[in-house]
Design a protein around this ligand. Structure first.
Ligand code: TMP
Length: 262
């Protein structure tokens, strides 16, 4: 499919026009940023992995009736998606306390929450994506009451489904961030899941060891970033030989020389 002009460039993705009306092309870059762009790097192959992982997750969510923008994956780095008016709120769901929650409220890292905690952040880099309340969202008309209700119901269902899916492959879904958008030609309250769900936007810990398999490997300089993402893809059974993604490196067994006794 021929890409049109660049419509928007974010930190990890680019949106291009597509030949089809009301659809755009979402391109996954290898760029990684953290702490509101203060830390930057290129992680070779990250875009390819996020494209595949997000495709898998959004298709699975579609199967349980969570409407989303994904139409189909076009190639290694691109997806055809519905054009949406993105709601300027980041929706965060947390099952285990870590990251900004622990810093902001002094909660002990790793505390398992009795029930999922929803947080809303205003999508504005210049303000550092500040946390806002549903009251802010209503007063400043970022969303209507009924839209908040729809999104809340959806993100709790997404959390339930993803927690189960990841539990099955020995991964704890610690927290995640999602975005929603309004369909361009849609009816009132036609609001669907947008963006991506990948190790860039989730915290994923190995169930047995609590090893981090997500972007915290980059944020916290833990190394082996791509290996973490590959591990998630491998466990989801979507890392196949024919892809351009370099396989996970296992250390080679030492060659054993057999001396022939003459
Ligand atoms: P936080 O603990 O830094 O607030 O992050 C909560 C979750 O949201 C975590 O899974 C990472 C994700 N996230 C994003 O996807 N984008 C962002 O810009 C931020 C700040 C967090």
């Amino acid at each position: 499919m021929k890409k049109g002009k660049k419509l928007y460039e974010g930190k990890a993705k680019i949106i291009y026009a597509s030949p089809e009306k009301n659809f755009v092309i979402q391109h996954f870059k290898d760029d990684a940023t953290a702490f509101n762009n203060q830390k930057k790097s290129i992680i070779e192959g990250k875009g390819i992995l996020n494209n595949r992982i997000s495709e898998h997750i959004l298709n699975s969510l579609n199967q349980i009736g969570i409407k989303n923008h994904l139409v189909k994956r076009l190639n290694m780095r691109e997806q055809l998606v519905k054009q949406l008016e993105i709601i300027p709120i980041e929706f965060i769901v947390r099952n285990i306390a870590t990251g900004s929650l622990t810093k902001r409220l002094g909660i002990e890292d790793g505390t398992v929450l009795d029930e999922p905690l929803i947080e809303y952040c205003l999508k504005d880099d210049s303000l550092g994506d500040p946390i806002v309340s549903p009251e802010h969202i209503l007063v400043f008309k970022w969303m209507s009451k009924s839209e908040i209700k729809i999104v809340k119901k959806n993100i709790l269902r997404i959390n339930d489904f993803l927690q189960g899916m990841f539990r099955g492959i020995n991964i704890k879904l610690v927290d995640f961030k999602v975005e929603f958008g309004r369909t361009i030609s849609g009816a009132k309250d036609d609001i669907i899941l947008a963006d991506e769900i990948s190790p860039d936007t989730c915290r994923l810990w190995d169930s047995l060891t609590d090893k981090k398999l997500d972007k915290d490997r980059f944020r916290k300089d833990l190394g082996n970033i791509i290996e973490g993402y590959q591990e998630v893809a491998r466990r989801l059974d979507i890392l196949h030989e024919q892809s351009n993604i370099r396989p996970i490196k296992f250390s080679k067994p030492t060659a054993v020389k057999i001396k022939k006794n003459k």
